[in-house]
Design a protein around this ligand. Structure first.
Ligand code: ATP
Ligand code: MG
Length: 483
């Protein structure tokens, strides 16, 4: 079966993600200039200059396709922007270069072995840019007619397409009708239908119909009605990941598994066949490998088996750039009794380039809060902004950012347009930070469930605390005075 390897299915890309205000939604890139120098505040990124520059250099190497099989580690205290920088990297890479995110704990699933889920993540991060000649139908929609059966279960229909030289009527099945509806195709649109996959793409509206409606969206694109034959051959380039090729060709799964997200384990023989086929295509000039980025957040959650797998996988010819992030200091390597920096074995650490992120200074914290306030569409009185900056520096940046939304609610309740110090004070009172929560626990000793002493030691008796985070001194217990 290796001779006939499919690389297309109806739609491979994820459905567009829902827009909402997530923790990193203000980040649109790394904010570097053309010399890869970090701008003070750009694309939602503030401060952390050296780390951003380092990430920019790595990205450049990825874009030039030079850096397969390498890995970098971003190490630094909690909320110092490690995940944010990784998001910035993802935004900077084009849609064509894969960026796959995995959190250390995600690999512990019952359905799949750890190494299988890592392998899948690796293969998802390798793109294959394939040049193919396909038959396409391209024309302007004259009319779409849909006939529904009485129950509505089956639909049939006819699609009339034209070019400047001819007009033809095509019969439509349920699947095509659904696609036309999904793409919101109307009479007057110029569309392209890929004959092998049945994929429909809208190219724009025909100039001839430009004056039909006066309420078209600002992003409406106008194109000429095509000329010549409706059916033509065209060379198209599309990028799929190795994992997608695996799944499409897996006998037990089939491409429908891509939609369900339930891909199960894939046989190693199939992967070998696909690798062989892809390298054949490369030699024939039909395909190019696009090594992408695999981001493993909270990498200390991986265990020794995964780390040894990573060591080997990084040496593979088909390996993406692996970016790891960790906020742990010296901690136990999962699955062993040994301690190691960041919980990563020394042999793997030896292979990675380390980028360190530092705790933010007051100015940066203030700027980040400003950017977040803009993102969440709220405004602060200057005094409140200063107070929140103080909170951020004395507790944690993340706690300060988390207070924005509740204090804005409090302000809204008193019908104020700006968040004032009194609103912040209330939010600070309602929601405690780790330091105050710890003080509460100590006060309530014995009343809470499982309340052992806070200074728990590791089971190996080494006396060192388990998983020391960089700033393990969970801040001062006494509440701050907000002035
Ligand atoms: N340089 C920055 N510019 C703008 N926003 C930032 C920057 N650094 C961090 N942030 C924002 O601050 C919050 C915390 O940062 P982030 O989640 O990246 O921390 P982290 O280093 O990954 O922490 P952890 O180790 O706890 O995972 C996020 O909302 C992030 O978007
Ligand atoms: Mg993080």
């Amino acid at each position: 079966m290796a001779t006939n390897i499919a690389t297309t299915s109806a739609t491979l890309r994820d459905v567009t993600k829902m827009e909402r205000i997530g923790a990193h939604s203000h980040i649109h890139g790394l904010g570097l200039d053309e010399n890869l120098e970090p701008r003070a505040s750009s694309q939602g990124m503030i401060g952390q200059g050296p780390a951003r520059r380092a990430a920019g250099i790595i990205l450049k190497m990825v874009q030039e396709g030079k850096i397969a099989g390498r890995s970098i580690l971003m190490a630094g205290p909690p909320s110092s922007g490690k995940t944010a920088i990784a998001m910035g990297m993802a935004m900077t890479l084009g849609s064509d270069v894969p960026f796959v995110t995995l959190t250390g704990s995600e690999i512990y699933s019952l359905e799949m072995s750890k190494t299988e889920s890592l392998t899948q993540a690796f293969r998802r991060a390798i793109g294959v840019r394939i040049k193919e000649e396909t038959e396409i139908i391209e024309g302007e929609v004259v009319e779409i007619q849909v006939d529904r059966s009485v129950t509505g279960a089956t639909k049939t229909g006819r699609l009339t397409l034209k070019t400047t030289d001819m007009e033809t009527i095509y019969d439509l099945g349920t699947k095509m009708i659904d696609q036309l509806t999904k793409e919101k195709v109307l009479a007057g649109d110029v569309i392209q239908i890929d004959k092998t996959s049945g994929r429909i793409s809208k190219l724009g509206r025909s100039y001839g119909r430009a004056r039909d409606y006066d309420a078209l969206g600002a992003d409406t694109k106008f194109v000429q009605c095509p000329d010549g034959e409706l059916q033509t051959r065209k060379e198209i380039v599309h990028t799929v990941s190795l994992h997608e090729i695996d799944v499409i060709n897996s006998k037990t799964q089939g491409f429908l598994a891509l939609f369900a997200g339930d891909t199960g384990e894939i046989k190693p023989e199939l992967r070998e066949q696909i690798n062989a086929k892809v390298s054949e295509w490369r030699e024939e000039g039909k395909a190019e490998i696009v090594p992408g980025v695999l981001f493993i957040d909270e990498v200390h959650m991986l265990d020794i088996e995964c780390f040894s797998f990573l060591n080997r996988a990084l040496e593979n010819e088909l390996s993406p750039l692996v970016v790891m992030a960790s906020n742990r200091g010296i901690t136990q390597i999962r699955g062993t009794k040994y301690m190691s920096p960041h919980g990563i074995p020394l042999d793997l650490l030896d292979r990675v380039l380390i980028i360190s992120t530092k705790k933010y200074e007051l100015d940066d914290i203030k700027q980040i809060i400003r950017v977040r306030a803009q993102e969440e569409d709220v405004t602060f009185e200057e005094g409140a902004l200063d107070a929140l900056t103080q909170i951020g520096s004395q507790t944690s940046l993340r706690y300060a950012l988390n207070l924005i939304a509740p204090s804005s609610h409090v302000a809204k309740r008193r019908k104020a347009s700006e968040i004032g110090v009194q609103d912040l004070r209330l939010a600070y009172k309602y929601f405690t930070d780790v330091g105050r929560s710890l003080a509460f626990i100590e006060e309530q000793q014995g009343l809470l469930m499982f309340g052992e002493s806070a200074t728990q030691t590791s089971s190996n008796g080494s006396g060192q605390p388990m998983g020391t985070e960089f700033n393990a001194n969970a801040s001062e217990a006494a509440p701050m005075e907000i002035s």
